[in-house]
Design a protein around this ligand. Structure first.
Ligand code: NAG
Ligand code: NAG
Ligand code: NAG
Ligand code: NAG
Length: 390
């Protein structure tokens, strides 16, 4: 791109020189000079941007570079190269980018599709502030279609496909604007760790990381966001319809309020009423994270523990105080339909059905996750002791 920029600059200088009202002699001199300098340019550029680089770039880029070369007029390679960038060293830049001028560094990204033409500044007519992701298989198309209709144009839609059936979704108009990422037989948390890095989704105030089997008849995303903001929830989920089965009291929808942040469980389950599963707790099927909370939770996701079991008990470590900033939105609620699509895509083993192997892995991952976090905390506190005693 440096190459293209150089050419652009040169063209610009050339045009302004030619446009001036200089007399014909002057023009002739300038034109001659242009010719000479152009020759120098070609000589200087080609050793730098070797042929291997040109052939590496895509056909489109190579084409446009060629057009620029033919159309360029006044080269001035020397000017562009005056200040050697090796002299720049900015320790406060992101790690690895210290050699770049800070005003040029772009440490964060977004998921906004852009046009191939026109002014970049005019690409986006709406700037979505929220991100919703679903991890989906082809069989759940009608359900996801119904869900997407509950999310306004203020949302970027990102689908993670685990079954390699992406083009079928283009039957829906909204799908053409959505982002599709397809990797076979991977889970929601596997995708989230790889594709939702906090710096990549930094443009979004809230991030929905949802399963595909949720019924959204009583849910409107914009209304949900309003309640989340009103009640200061950094991590939340919609209440679950109590008539359709639920696992925890905490996530069961209450009919008489907007949100709740704590609950009572079965006797003996909550020695501390401010800790899970009585508070500071939502499930992993339909969580919604604020940008800040997600920055922490993303770091908590383990690369090898793909089912995410145990995360729900741990996310409270990311917000403070957890029993006030984690909660369930009752006024916008969902139905957990419990359709185990990806769960059925395991392998049969020793005569056991595929889902059973998946379920066993979920349980063992939960234990590994718990052990890891416990041990890491112990190590940390131990390291504090040693450093303070020396
Ligand atoms: C050269 O550039 C000018 C101005 O950018 C443009 O109008 C013209 O079409 C270009 N010519 C070629 C051959 O690309
Ligand atoms: C090159 O860098 C020096 C020191 O930062 C600065 O004084 C000078 O103006 C720069 N020259 C150009 C052409 O940018
Ligand atoms: C999108 O967000 C803006 C700003 O918060 C709001 O005014 C607008 O109503 C939202 N759009 C929809 C469809 O809710
Ligand atoms: C994915 O789907 C496409 C089109 O349906 C097919 O051509 C391709 O072979 C599939 N890839 C795998 C790895 O199954």
């Amino acid at each position: 791109m440096q190459f293209q920029k150089t050419i652009e600059r040169i063209r610009h200088i050339g045009r302004s020189v030619l446009a001036s009202k200089a007399n014909e002699n002057m023009r002739l001199t300038v034109t001659t000079l242009i010719g000479v300098l152009f020759g120098i340019l070609i000589g200087v550029l080609f050793p730098i941007h070797s042929l291997s680089k040109l052939s590496l770039s895509s056909g489109l880029l190579t084409l446009s570079e060629n057009i620029h070369i033919k159309n360029s007029s006044l080269p001035d390679q020397a000017k562009v190269q005056t200040n050697d960038t090796s002299e720049i060293w900015v320790p406060s830049n992101p790690r690895g980018a210290e050699r770049l001028p800070p005003g040029f560094v772009v440490p964060q990204s977004d998921l906004y599709p852009r046009r191939l033409y026109g002014k970049p500044s005019e690409d986006l007519t709406v700037i979505p502030k929220y991100l919703v992701t679903f991890t989906v298989g082809y069989k759940q198309m009608p359900n996801i279609d119904a869900a997407i209709k509950k999310f306004s144009g203020n949302f970027t839609v990102l689908l993670f496909h685990y079954d390699n059936r992406t083009s079928d979704w283009d039957a829906y108009e909204w799908s053409k604007k959505a982002i599709h990422i397809s990797v076979q037989k991977q889970t929601k948390w596997w995708f989230a760790k790889r594709f939702l890095h906090p710096d990549v989704v930094a443009a979004y105030d809230y991030i929905f990381v949802w399963d595909e089997d949720l019924g959204v008849e009583h849910f409107i995303a914009e209304e949900y966001i309003k309640l989340v903001k009103k009640h200061g929830l950094e991590i939340s989920q919609p209440g679950l319809d109590p008539n359709r089965g639920f696992t925890w009291q905490m996530t069961r929808r209450r009919g008489d309020r907007e949100v709740h942040k704590e609950t009572e469980e079965r006797p003996g389950w909550c020695p501390d009423p401010h800790l899970p599963p009585c508070a500071g707790f939502v499930e992993i099927m339909a969580p919604v994270f604020s940008r800040e909370a997600w920055r922490c939770v993303w770091h908590m996701i383990q690369n090898d523990l793909v089912h995410g079991w145990g995360l729900d008990f741990a996310v409270r470590k990311c917000v403070e105080p957890a029993h006030e900033k984690i909660g369930v939105v009752d006024a916008q609620w969902i139905v957990h339909q419990g359709i185990p699509s990806l769960g059925g895509q395991g392998e049969s083993n020793n005569g056991k059905p595929p889902w059973q192997g998946v379920r066993e892995r979920c349980r063992s991952e939960w234990k590994i996750f718990q052990d890891r976090i416990d041990n890491a905390e112990k190590d940390y506190y131990k390291s504090l002791e040693t450093s303070s005693s020396t």
